[in-house]
Design a binder for this molecule. Structure first.
Ligand code: RNT
Ligand code: ZN
Length: 422
């Protein structure tokens, strides 16, 4: 037995004594779907090749070499990232401008499945699900910072047509891959400075959404989600699609509410929101991200917020019931972009594993009996359990490098592929 195996055997013994079977935890972890966000690989630029600057209050900073210049490069990068992830239940999330190609003069309101056939064939071959999102930013028709909520009917119509097109494409993904496509609507609509009228844009956004959702698709093909935000860069004073706007909208129209973990006040607990929403609305889409000061999209690290979120997700039975949809959402161009995917995805999986390995029943029992001393003792005791040995074993047995071999794998791909891109 090598040292890693010894460590695992000793950890396993310890967990078994506490009534937790690590083999079962690993089997469960493997089944929980995770959607990798394609846009980390192209700095949210998309492939329309019309040179629109990134707008809409998202910022990608850094100039690390190797940004994917077309959909083919992006797919090759994603394949390599997936090789470094243990588990078997992955999906890919696309922004609606990450097209295979566009016809000359074609704009977003006429996109169709033909712009995505290579993605679809690739996902099919690689047994991946596909999700998608309309793209209202980085486009001249985001007029005065507004899209679906614009006072200009032509602008609104354009974006309604775009959203309808992307939903049609998503439904086609879902049909062909036999796995419902999550189509998430996030619009950057808002104002930098104090609005004179907060109501009118929200009324118009609601009307646009009603029009969009009048086209019905079966949930076996398409699952709609709506994503709120507190503020963006250059959109500090007012966001039309705030949390208070979207939560009741989602409830009334049976849509998924998308909670982006970077889109709330820094001290707000997203973990606490899961049970509050799940017990009434049943389903949530999570955009797993990390807010740092004014940025909402830093690479996910294994911090307390992430562990709290994973614990709540596991306690609500994620994986089995399809009540929670997990998607990563961040972008960093200052480090190797594959590393960004792999680090964030593995951290989320680690957070889930830690939660799956917790003797939750004992701690919950203590709480139910009103024994808060035992609850606190239990909660603190789990922090030193040897989950790291289980994680290494998980990687090893799934044919994926453990953490200490990641750098080497990433460097090889960087040398052979990324550094050769102009
Ligand atoms: C923006 C939202 C949204 C984006 C993508 C790129 O703050 O989080 O989900 O990250 O549209
Ligand atoms: Zn998001």
């Amino acid at each position: 037995m090598n040292r890693d195996e010894q460590a695992y055997e000793s950890a396993r013994g310890l967990y078994l004594k506490k009534g937790i079977d690590p083999e079962k935890a690993m089997a469960q972890l493997e089944e929980i779907p995770l959607c990798l966000h394609a846009w980390q690989g192209d700095d949210v630029k998309g492939f329309e090749n019309v040179g629109h600057a990134l707008t809409g209050g998202c910022q990608v900073t850094g100039n690390y070499p190797g940004c994917a210049r077309n959909a083919q490069e992006l797919r090759s990068d994603l394949e390599q990232a997936l090789r470094l992830l243990p588990g078997s239940n992955f999906r890919i999330g696309l922004q609606g401008h990450e097209v295979d190609s566009v016809k000359s003069g074609q704009d977003r309101d006429t996109f169709s499945i033909e712009n995505f056939t290579e993605w679809l064939d690739w996902a099919d071959t690689n047994h991946l699900g596909l999700d998608i999102a309309p793209v209202y930013y980085s486009h001249p028709k985001l007029k005065n910072g507004l899209s679906l909520s614009s006072p200009d009917p032509e602008i609104r119509e354009f974006w309604i047509r775009h959203t309808q097109a992307i939903r049609r494409i998503g439904a086609e993904f879902g049909r062909r891959l036999k796995s419902p496509c999550v189509c998430n609507i996030w619009t950057p609509d808002g104002y930098k400075d104090v609005p004179a009228d907060r109501l009118a844009p929200r009324r118009r956004l609601k009307e646009s959404l009603d029009r969009i959702f009048a086209e019905k698709y079966p949930e076996t093909e398409l699952l709609d989600a709506v994503e709120s935000k507190l503020f963006g860069i250059g959109v500090e004073s007012y966001t039309v699609g705030s949390h208070d706007f979207y939560l009741p909208y989602a409830a009334a129209h049976r849509k998924l509410i998308c909670l982006d973990t970077g889109h709330f006040h820094p001290t707000e607990s997203i973990a606490d929101k899961l049970s509050a929403i799940l017990c009434q609305q049943g389903r949530i889409l999570l955009h797993i991200s990390r807010g740092v000061r004014w940025d909402s999209d830093h690479i996910v690290i294994l911090d307390d917020a992430l562990k709290d979120l994973a614990r709540e997700a596991v306690r609500s039975g994620c994986g089995k019931s399809g009540n929670l949809f997990f998607m990563l959402d961040y972008f960093d161009a200052s480090v190797n972009r594959l590393a960004a995917w792999v680090i964030g995805a593995r951290n989320w999986m680690k957070a889930l594993l830690i939660a799956l390995l917790e003797p939750a029943a004992v701690i919950c029992d203590a709480e139910e009996c009103g024994d808060f001393t035992a609850r606190l003792l239990g909660q603190e005791a789990v922090k030193t359990l040897p989950w790291g040995a289980v994680w290494n074993h998980f990687c090893e047995t799934r044919g994926v490098p453990a953490d200490d071999r990641l750098a080497e794998e990433l460097r090889n791909y960087e040398k052979q592929v990324l550094s050769r891109r102009g």
